[in-house]
Design a binder for this molecule. Sequence first.
Ligand code: COA
Length: 267
Amino acid sequence: MFSRIKEDISVVFDRDPAARHTLEIITTYPGVHAIIMHRISHALSNRGLKWLARVLSNIARLFTGIEIHPAAVIGRRFFIDHGMGIVIGETAEIGDDCSLYHGVTLGGTSWTPGKRHPTLGNNVVVGAGAKILGPIMINDGARIGSNAVVVKEVPANTTVVGVPAREVIKSDMTQKNREKIANKMGFDAYGATQDMSDPVAKTVNRMLDHIHKMDERMDKMCIQMKSLGGEFDFEPLPGLKDAELSECNPEDHKDKHKTPHSTDKKE
Ligand SMILES: CC(C)(COP(=O)(O)OP(=O)(O)OC[C@H]1O[C@@H](n2cnc3c(N)ncnc32)[C@H](O)[C@@H]1OP(=O)(O)O)[C@@H](O)C(=O)NCCC(=O)NCCS
C-alpha cells in the first residue's frame, strides 16, 4: 500500500506541470489526499471493516470533495487533478496510469446489486465534467472529452466527445474521404480539399471541358444528319475552345480598389 501511495505522489510531477516539490503535493493536492485515503479505506474494506472504511471515505469526501467508494478498485499511479465533484462508484474498476479531472462521475444506471459501474483500462484520461455511466468498458488509452456523457463501450486508443459521447474522427480521415469522393465524381464537389488553391476555378474549368466536348459531339451529329438529308440552320455558338478560368490569387484581392479582378477569365 505504501509503495502505491509513493507512486501516486510522484506521478503528479509527470501529469501536472504546476507541481513543484513533494511537500507542495502532499499538502495542497486534494486528489492526492483522496487517493491516499482511498488506499487506506480500500484496505480496511478488504479486511471486512466496511463501516470504518465508509466513515473514512466520507471524511475524505468532506475535505476533498472527491467521493470514492472504498470497494472501488483503483490501479497504480492514479492521478486526480483538481478533484472537486468526482464520484467513483462501488463496482468501478480503474486500471494503471489513469487520470481524472474534476467533476467526473463513474456512475451506475441501475439499482440492481452487482456490477453497475464502469471499468477503465490502462492509460485512460477522463476530461473535466465527463460522466461514464453503466457497467461499460473504457479500453486502454481511451480519452474522454470534458463534459462527455459516455454510455457505450469505448475502443482502445479512441477519443470520444459529446452527449452521448461519439468517437472523434480525425480531420485527415475526413480529408481522405473527401478526396476519394471528389475523384469518383470527377470534380471537387466539396470545394474544400487542402491541396487545392482555387476550388471554384477548378470546378468551372471541368464544366467548360464538359461543355466543349458536348459542343464537338453536337457538331459531328449535325454533319451526319446533314449527310442524311437533314436541313437546318443554327445560329453559330460562341467559341469555347480555349476557355479557362485562372486560379484566384488571394494577394490580388487584398485591396479591391488597387487591383481590379476582372481579368481572371482568359476568354
Ligand atoms: C477530447 C480531448 C481529449 C482532445 O482530444 P484530441 O484527440 O486532441 O481532439 P482535438 O482537440 O483534435 O479535437 C477533435 C474534435 O473534437 C472536438 N472536441 C474536443 N474536445 C471536445 C469536447 N470536450 N466536447 C466536444 N467536442 C470536443 C474539437 O472541437 C474537434 O472538432 P472538429 O474536428 O470538428 O474541429 C480534449 O479536448 C478534452 O476534452 N480533454 C479534457 C481536458 C480537461 O478536461 N482538462 C481540464 C483541465 S482543468
